[in-house]
Design a protein around this ligand. Structure first.
Ligand SMILES: [Zn+2]
Length: 284
C-alpha cells in the first residue's frame, strides 16, 4: 500500500510547465499571507480582548496607526517590498514575520511538489504545514493552541489515514488494524497519556502542569502518525524543549511552549521514518 514513507519520489520539476510553477508559487505566497493574518488575528484577540477580530473582518490594518492597508500593499512579498518594509501611512516598520511566513510557505510548498508532484499527498502535507505553522508560532509566543486549529489536525489525521493511507505504514499491517483504527488508537492514547500526566501533577501540586490544548494536540498527532509514534514524538519534543530552554532561559523560565515542542518532535519523527534513520535500532 502506498503511503508517504514508501512513495516513489519525483525529485524534479520536469513534469511541470513554467506557468504551472509560477501560478502555484503565487498560490503558496497567498496561503502564507493568509496564515500570518490568522496568527495576527488570533493573537490580537488575546492581547486586546475588547476588540475581537474575526478571520474576515475588519479588513487588514496597520497595528500601530490602525489605518486600513491598500489592496496593492497586501500582495504577498511585493506589498512588503513596495512599501520598503514600512507602513505607508505611519512609516513604522512592518514585522518581517509576514515576509518570513510567505517565503516559508513558498519554499515548503515547492519542496513538496518537487518530491510528490501534484498529488493528494502534497495537498494534505501543505494543509498540515499550514496548521502546524499557526499552532507552532501561537504557542511559542502566547502559549495558545486554538481549539478550531487543533480540531482540524485531528480531522486531517483521520481523513488522511482512513481515505488516503498517508502516514499508515506497513508495520501496522502486522497488527491487522484498519487505517481508521490506526488514527483512533493514536488519538486516544495521545490524549489520555498527557491528560494522565497532568492528572498526577495536579494531585501533587494542586494546579495544571499542562494546558488542555496540549492534550488535544498530542491526540491529533496520534491520529496522524499512529499510536507507536507517540513515544518518539514526545522524546524529541522534550529534547527540543530542553534546547529551547537552554538558549532562551529568560523567556521560558516559568512555562515551556509544549505544543511547539511536540510539533517539532513530530517533524523529527517524520524525517526519521522517511529516511529510515533508526530502523536498525527500533521497529516503529
Ligand atoms: Zn501604520
Amino acid at each position: 500500500m502506498v503511503n508517504i514513507f514508501n512513495f516513489n519520489h519525483l525529485n524534479s520539476f520536469d513534469s511541470f510547465s513554467y506557468i504551472e510553477l509560477i501560478l502555484y508559487s503565487l498560490f503558496l505566497l497567498s496561503i502564507g499571507s493568509f496564515a500570518s493574518s490568522i496568527i495576527f488575528r488570533l493573537s490580537s484577540n488575546l492581547i486586546n480582548n475588547n476588540k475581537r477580530l474575526s478571520i474576515y473582518s475588519p479588513r487588514s490594518f496597520c497595528p500601530i496607526c490602525n489605518k486600513t492597508i491598500k489592496v496593492i500593499n497586501l500582495l504577498p512579498v511585493f506589498g512588503f517590498l513596495l512599501q520598503k518594509g514600512k507602513c505607508s501611512s505611519c512609516k513604522n516598520n512592518i514585522s518581517p514575520f509576514y515576509l518570513f511566513t510567505e517565503i516559508s510557505f513558498l519554499v515548503f510548498g515547492l519542496a513538496i511538489v518537487f518530491f510528490y508532484g501534484f498529488d493528494i499527498f502534497s495537498f494534505l502535507l501543505l494543509f498540515l504545514f499550514f496548521l502546524f505553522y499557526i499552532l507552532f508560532f501561537l504557542d511559542l509566543k502566547f502559549y495558545y493552541l486554538p481549539l478550531p486549529i487543533n480540531l482540524l489536525v485531528i480531522v486531517l489525521g483521520f481523513i488522511g489515514n482512513s481515505f488516503f493511507n498517508i502516514f499508515v505504514n506497513d508495520v501496522y499491517l502486522l497488527f491487522d488494524i484498519s487505517p481508521f483504527l490506526f488514527s483512533l488508537y493514536g488519538f486516544v492514547i495521545g490524549y489520555v497519556s498527557l491528560w494522565l500526566v497532568n492528572f498526577i501533577f495536579r494531585l501533587f501540586y494542586k494546579k495544571d502542569g499542562i494546558g488542555g490544548g496540549d492534550f488535544i494536540l498530542f491526540g491529533g498527532l496520534g491520529s496522524l502518525f499512529g499510536p507507536f509514534s507517540l513515544g518518539l514524538i514526545l522524546f524529541f519534543g522534550a529534547l527540543t524543549g530542553c534546547i529551547i530552554f537552554l538558549f532562551f532561559r529568560k523567556k521560558f523560565e516559568l512555562q515551556a511552549p509544549l505544543g511547539s515542542c511536540l510539533i517539532l518532535g513530530s517533524v523529527f519523527y517524520f524525517f526519521i521514518k522517511n529516511f529510515e534513520l533508526l530502523n536498525n535500532y527500533i521497529v516503529l
